[in-house]
Design a protein around this ligand. Structure first.
Ligand code: C2E
Ligand code: CA
Ligand code: CA
Length: 692
């Protein structure tokens, strides 16, 4: 079941989740690229800034030393000869020198001043710890250094602990051409370095420049463009691919669910949808699975055309659809097979609805005699989740197949009885071969007596099965199964062989033998050389042909008349007796009597059942039948005669033989041998049971 369940699980057609995942992943990648850009440009800036730091630091050291020594003249000299634009301020950054100029740096807020230590591209300085962690730079500086962006240009962003050139600003037309293009084609961006000097009472501020060459920008630009291009291309490719796969999947789904003939839904769709409906059904809604078949569809196609046939199939689906409510479905599966899922609380309800549907479908046929058969499997209300739709449909189909013998409209329900019947059929079919090989089948003989003289005139060989595994099995329990499986032909041959063998032995033992009739199934008559087969078997056993009678059941005469006639003629030619069994049980076979040169007419037991003898009508029919047979030169046998009164009546009407419990039940051959010896019926018929 678990594996069958897998069958109806289509791979999920995800799109939203992968899209979200892709977007998140690519946002992260873009952020990483931007971050790496910042790190990269920061790193480059830091290299440049280092030089400036080195240079300015020299002035700071000298200035500070001169301050300590109170060498004002030397200090002033130094200041005047400094190559940097610089300011001396007090600790609050109020300009001390040069008085006439304005300090153009952007001050940090007080909070930031206190908290932040500035460094160059992650090179961190502190008063005590001066070693750079990681890349080998080594500064020795006692003062605290701070950086400030230049107020006027602002091309450098001084963030937490890095100097980062604001590339966009630098590259913007305004910045690029206005005032930063100096020094032989280099782009320079001003920023300020501030040192605390003179015991923290003053600050030295130098205007320095981060210089970038054209190549720097080309590298930046290339790096940025390339990484983004790669990332964006991958993103676009993945998304396009995802959308394409999604579209294809949708197309595939449609194809998987579509039936090409009716253009409607197929079995796969039906199974998936049914499972879903059964699972989600509300409260106590009960469902029934139906297998509806358009009987003799193939014949319709043969007589008309495939196109016409398929047109009908389409109309059938459409007609059924009209009768379906919400939550009910129908599809087209294999040839002329329509699975339907109906809501129904009882078998009666399903029957009523199906009858309506079938009625409309029959009308579709117009002048054609359309027939429909349906098998129904009511779904246990407890089944909700794991509904095994294959099994349920199989059950419905099994129920439908019980109707197959008839070609009329019909509805059959699946139930325990059907399961048991099927199991029995399976058991019998499974055992048949070993049973015949182990000779589990025994021949029983039922004598036939002349009602006027009580003389033994013949017998019918009837099969009995004493199974090792199943005990005694009566013919009614296995003959129909063998008939439909075709195994009956072997059984018939087996019986003919054993009867011929017995007859031969009895002759050899010097007994007076009477003809024994053997039943030959109508299924056997499809074989054109049946008469030869029978003759060969009898000859192999060495029995005289006139001691073997072949019984053909009345209904067999409705099959292929030509083959039947040929076979009957041949059998007669070979010297066998031929009888028509069960005369009067089915449709009138008077026509066959006219055509077939039969020897014996066996009146069906039905004539002699007490309930059928109303107002003596049966008697009239029997009497007439006997007269007719006599006129046709046929011997007559009355079957199933149990009453003395019936025997007397038949004797009076000139019936040749009686085969019935009145005289004898079918008996094992040892017992029959005693009858052969006696030749005459005992005056009082025995009442003992036939067999175990
Ligand atoms: P059938 O050929 O019509 O055989 C006569 C059946 O009527 C036998 O049932 C027999 O026991 C029963 N019968 C005879 N007289 C009386 C009577 O007075 N009262 C009642 N109630 N029954 C009576 P059986 O042996 O159970 O066979 C049933 C059917 O099975 C046969 O009907 C025949 O169609 C089939 N059959 C039996 N043996 C063979 C066989 O070897 N080959 C084939 N192909 N069919 C066989
Ligand atoms: Ca018979
Ligand atoms: Ca019969």
């Amino acid at each position: 079941m678990a594996r069958r369940d897998q069958r109806y699980r289509l791979p999920r057609n995800w799109i939203v989740i992968p899209l979200i995942v892709y977007t998140i992943v690519f946002s992260i990648i873009s952020m990483l690229i931007a971050l790496s850009m910042e790190l990269f440009s920061g790193y480059m800036s830091s290299l440049k800034a280092r030089t400036e730091l080195d240079n300015t630091q020299y002035y700071v050291l000298v200035y500070d030393t001169l301050c300590q020594e109170d060498l004002v003249v030397a200090r002033n000299h130094l200041i005047e000869n400094c190559t940097y634009e610089f300011f001396i301020t007090d600790k609050d950054m109020n300009v001390i020198y040069p008085k006439d100029k304005e300090l153009t740096l952007t001050k940090n807020t007080d909070e930031e001043e206190k908290e932040k230590r500035f460094s160059v591209a992650s090179i961190r300085f502190s008063e005590e710890e001066t070693d750079f962690e990681g890349t080998g730079f080594n500064f020795t500086i006692g003062e605290e250094v701070k950086y400030y962006p230049d107020k006027e240009t602002g091309y450098v962003n001084i963030s937490d602990d890095t100097i980062v050139p604001d590339l966009m600003k630098i590259l913007s037309a305004d910045g690029l051409f206005k005032d930063i293009m100096v020094n032989g084609g280099q782009y320079v961006t001003p920023y300020w370095i501030a040192f605390e000097v003179n015991n923290g009472t003053e600050k030295l501020l130098f205007k320095t420049y981060a210089a970038y060459s054209r190549e720097d920008f080309v590298y930046f630009a290339l790096y940025f463009a390339l990484t983004n291009l790669i990332a964006d291309s991958v993103f676009v490719i993945l998304v396009v691919n995802l959308i394409r796969t999604h579209k294809n999947n949708r197309k595939m789904r449609k194809l998987v669910f579509k039936d090409n003939i009716t253009g409607d839904r197929n079995w796969f769709w039906f199974a998936m949808k049914s499972k879903e409906l059964i699972k989600k059904r509300k409260g106590n809604t009960q469902y029934a699975v139906i297998s509806l078949v358009f009987v003799r569809y193939r014949n319709y196609v043969l007589c008309h055309s495939l196109d016409a046939g398929e047109e009908i199939l389409r109309n059938i689906v459409n007609t059924i659809d009209v009768y379906l409510d919400k939550g009910e479905i129908c599809a087209y599966s294999t040839t002329s097979n329509f699975p339907i899922l109906l809501k129904a609380s009882s078998e009666e309800e399903v029957r009523a609805r199906l009858e309506k549907i079938i009625k409309s479908l029959v009308i579709l046929g117009g002048n054609h005699d359309f027939k429909f058969q349906a098998g129904v499997c009511m779904i246990d209300p407890k089944i909700r989740k794991n509904a095994d739709i294959d099994l349920l449909y199989n059950n419905a189909s099994s129920a439908r197949m019980t109707l197959e013998d008839s070609s009329d409209n019909g509805i059959a329900f699946f139930g325990e009885k059907l399961v048991e019947d099927e199991k029995w059929i399976d058991k019998v079919t499974e055992r048949q071969r070993e049973a015949i090989e182990a000779e589990e089948f025994k021949v029983y003989y039922q004598p036939k007596y002349d009602p006027r003289t009580d003389e033994l005139m013949g017998a019918e060989a009837l099969i009995r099965w004493f199974s090792d595994k199943m005990g005694f099995v009566s013919p009614g329990q296995f003959i129909p199964i063998f008939e439909s499986s075709g195994f009956i032909t072997e059984i018939d041959d087996y019986m003919i062989r054993h009867v011929a063998r017995d007859q031969k032995r009895w002759i050899d033992e010097g007994r007076k033998c009477v003809p024994v009739s053997v039943n030959v199934s109508r299924a056997h008559f499809a074989e054109t050389n049946l008469a030869d087969q029978i003759r060969d078997i009898v000859d192999e056993e060495g029995a005289p042909h006139d001691l073997i009678e072949i019984e053909l059941t009345e209904s067999a005469f409705f099959d292929d008349k030509k083959i039947m006639l040929t076979t009957v003629r041949k059998l007669k030619e070979y010297g066998f007796l031929v009888s028509m069994d069960d005369f009067g049980s089915g449709y009138s076979s008077l026509n066959s009597l006219k055509d077939m040169p039969l020897d014996i007419l066996k009146l069906d037991a039905g004539f002699f059942r007490s309930e059928s003898d109303d107002d003596g009508r049966s008697k009239i029919v029997v009497s007439e039948a006997l007269q007719l047979a006599r006129k046709l030169d046929m011997i007559t046998v009355a079957e199933g005669v149990e009453e003395k009164e019936q025997v007397d009546f038949l004797a009076k009407e000139g019936c040749s033989m009686i085969q019935g419990y009145f005289y004898a039940k079918p008996m094992p051959k040892e017992e029959y041998e005693l009858r052969l010896v006696a030749q005459k019926a005992e005056s009082a018929p025995e009442e003992k049971p036939e067999e175990t």
